[in-house]
Design a protein around this ligand. Structure first.
Ligand code: SF4
Length: 302
């Protein structure tokens, strides 16, 4: 590679890294994901997203004006061919506390679920239970997962298409029993950026199909639909994600969310009066504002 090509590649990588760091910092700040004294359990599966998550949080830990701890947990589910040595070898080089939890959920799932049926729902329920238990045992105050913006958008459409609900995957979530706060610091990061970053960093990726389960077909179709839209209408994905942050309950149809029944003459409803107008749809997609220059992120103390 010539010197100028090398320099250009390095420049592009620096820009990419800067963008991922900024977006992570922004999401952490917008959702108040991390607070002084937090002890955060980072779930590392060995996929591109979780490696990137760990890297972003380590950077944040170095530059943030607050102190928080990180430790890594990987769940070895005893899937056939799981390369047990890969993560310990990687983590030993990272100067981070970690624990590999070994639980044979693979046998439980294959014993219970008849062959050919989808195993993901039981498998992920078991995994969630083990991770929550581990978080408690190790004194975690938050659990960080590597889901990104595109996971959130796909989930939004999956819930609409198959669940009849307008809901996605939250950037911050309290577990049903109120014990565990789950955070998704990569909520603003694009999957394509994470993919590029992971390639550049040459992470030792562990394949995600070791369990032999087929990738969820509905998610695959939704992903393909979104990719096609993005190709045909650049900016559409950004616009969808911006829309997820600009919800107008008075202009949907959920009586629980907005009290249509008790709406009285004289009340002002913030959301735009378009009752007698044609909806004013902008010609260009609405995209979230980009702030390329801010490298160092700050976190609000609250
Ligand atoms: S793909 Fe395999 S490991 Fe992942 S949730 Fe489904 S059954 Fe479990």
């Amino acid at each position: 590679m010539s010197h100028s090509v090398q320099a250009k590649a390095q420049f592009n990588f620096n820009k990419l890294q800067k963008r991922l760091r900024r977006q992570t910092g922004q999401a952490v700040m917008d959702f108040n994901m991390i607070e002084e004294g937090d002890r955060i359990m980072v779930c590392l599966s060995g996929g591109k997203d979780s490696y990137t998550l760990l890297e972003m949080l380590k950077h944040l830990q170095r530059v943030a004006p607050i102190k928080f701890e990180l430790f890594v947990v990987n769940l070895d589910q005893k899937q056939p061919g799981f390369p047990e040595h890969v993560l310990p070898e990687y983590l030993d080089r990272q100067d981070v506390e970690y624990k590999i939890v070994e639980e044979d959920t693979y046998s439980i799932v294959t014993d219970i679920i008849p062959e050919g049926k989808t195993t993901c729902s039981l498998c992920s329920r078991l995994r969630r239970g083990i991770l929550y238990r581990t978080a408690k045992e190790l004194g975690a105050t938050k659990i960080a997962l590597g889901h990104h913006r595109d996971d959130m958008i796909e989930t939004l459409f999956l819930n609409m298409f198959y669940g009849g609900k307008l809901k996605s995957m939250p950037a911050k979530l309290m577990s049903d029993n109120g014990e565990h706060m789950v955070i998704r610091p990569l909520a603003y990061c694009k999957e394509a950026d994470i993919e590029q970053y992971a390639i550049h960093q040459a992470y030792p990726i562990i394949p995600c199909n070791l369990c032999g389960s087929q990738e969820n077909l509905q998610r695959k179709h939704t992903k393909a639909m979104l990719a096609k839209w993005n190709e045909e209408h650049p900016g559409r994905i950004e616009s969808i994600f911006t829309a997820m942050q600009n919800v107008v309950p008075s202009h949907l149809a959920d009586n629980e969310l907005f009290d249509f029944k008790h709406l009285k003459t004289g009340e002002v409803v913030d959301g735009g009066d378009i009752a007698l107008d044609k909806p004013d749809i902008p010609k260009q997609p609405a995209t979230a504002p980009e702030q390329e220059s801010a490298e160092v992120v700050t976190i609000n103390l609250s």
